[in-house]
Design a protein around this ligand. Structure first.
Ligand SMILES: NC(=O)c1ccc[n+]([C@@H]2O[C@H](COP(=O)([O-])OP(=O)(O)OC[C@H]3O[C@@H](n4cnc5c(N)ncnc54)[C@H](OP(=O)(O)O)[C@@H]3O)[C@@H](O)[C@H]2O)c1
Length: 306
């Protein structure tokens, strides 16, 4: 394992990511077709033109958001939107991603008033869309990657005896698989940034110690997210070798927040403004070294049990 990490760290940062280009077999087939239709040398010419077009697409100048930069998933509403708003107010560059930019009216208004906010379309269950976004931002430092997008999956669909296993897959795809893939795809961007942080909006209900009945899939998804990121916090620790600063991974419970997430429940809730301010504060404390990479924190700044 140590050698594997070493090899990755020794490479050009963390190795190359897949390129949004035609795969080789397709280019070869295209070339063959051209050769059959026209002269052999024309086939080559067509293939060269096609390849150049691919390279051209990949080498387009990426957007240059202000530094420092935060990339936030699920920024259309709720905590994600508020994080985008508060980072923008602090003068950060914000890459605010959401599934349906046209429908995200608050985010559109924020971007219209702040040139430092860039809206990007992203569904964290759509790997192709994620890879395309990663290619688009290749070479752009991202100081804080925030995996915020999350779903509850519906209370009624996760009751023992009538479990809806489709809900299990949906919840795991958004809350666990999506964040892991985001880290893989944007690790180079984070590694080349000043702050080098990957922050995950988790939940205290993912704590095994604090377990209580209900919302089985959702709670399991946050435990899984915690474990996966904890492992990464250890695997990426070697990144401070060869003069590179360590990548810091955080897990943050945002509080019980009044958003569309849980709907109207008769329990005390905080507003998204307070939650996001607390989360940003905790993200900053990870920077000072008071927080260890991989720590599980509440938005209040207190440590949570696993
Ligand atoms: N609210 C709470 O009390 C609470 C407590 C603990 C943890 N959390 C966590 O906090 C995070 C944010 O929750 P919230 O309260 O702000 O919820 P919310 O108001 O329901 O917002 C959820 C966000 O996630 C996005 N999203 C959902 N599925 C997505 C997908 N497949 N790809 C990309 N984006 C997707 C939504 O986008 P659309 O607009 O396109 O649907 C929306 O922007 C979640 O991870 C949640 O688990 C919340």
């Amino acid at each position: 394992m140590a050698e594997a990490i070493e090899a990755r760290v020794a490479g050009p940062l963390y190795g190359s990511r897949e390129r949004a280009c035609w795969p080789d077999p397709l280019v070869a087939a295209y070339k063959q077709l051209m050769q059959r239709l026209f002269a052999p040398h024309l086939g080559w010419l067509a293939a060269v033109v096609l390849l150049s077009a691919c390279v051209g697409v990949n080498q387009q100048t990426p957007p240059a958001p202000l530094q420092p930069t935060a990339l936030i998933t699920g920024a259309s509403r709720g905590i994600g939107f508020e994080l985008a708003r508060q980072y923008a107010a602090k003068g950060w560059g914000v890459i605010a991603t959401c599934r349906t930019p046209a429908g995200a009216s608050d985010l559109q208004a924020l971007a219209a008033a702040n040139p430092n906010v860039i809206i990007e379309e992203l569904d964290v269950t759509d790997f192709y869309e994620m890879e395309r976004l990663a290619v688009r931002y290749e070479g752009v430092p991202i100081d804080v990657l925030i995996n915020n997008a999350g779903i509850l999956g519906g209370n009624d669909r996760q009751k023992f005896g009538t479990f809806d296993y489709k809900a299990f897959d949906e919840v795991m795809a958004v809350n666990v698989k999506g964040p892991i893939r985001m880290v893989e795809l944007f690790i180079n961007n984070v590694a080349m940034s000043e702050q080098k942080k990957i922050m995950n909006i988790s939940s205290s209900v993912g704590s095994v110690k604090l377990a209580f009945p209900g919302q089985n899939f959702y709670k399991a998804s946050k435990s899984a997210l915690n474990m996966s990121m904890k492992i990464l916090s250890k695997e990426l620790r070697g990144a401070n070798q060869r003069g590179r600063k360590e990548i810091i991974i955080g897990l943050i419970h945002p509080g019980v927040v009044r958003t569309d997430f849980a709907g109207p429940v008769p329990i005390p809730m905080i507003e998204p403004e307070e939650s996001a301010a607390g989360v940003i504060n905790v993200i900053e404390t990870y920077y000072t070294g008071r927080r260890q990479s991989g720590d599980f924190m509440s938005y209040t700044g207190s440590k949570l049990p696993w």
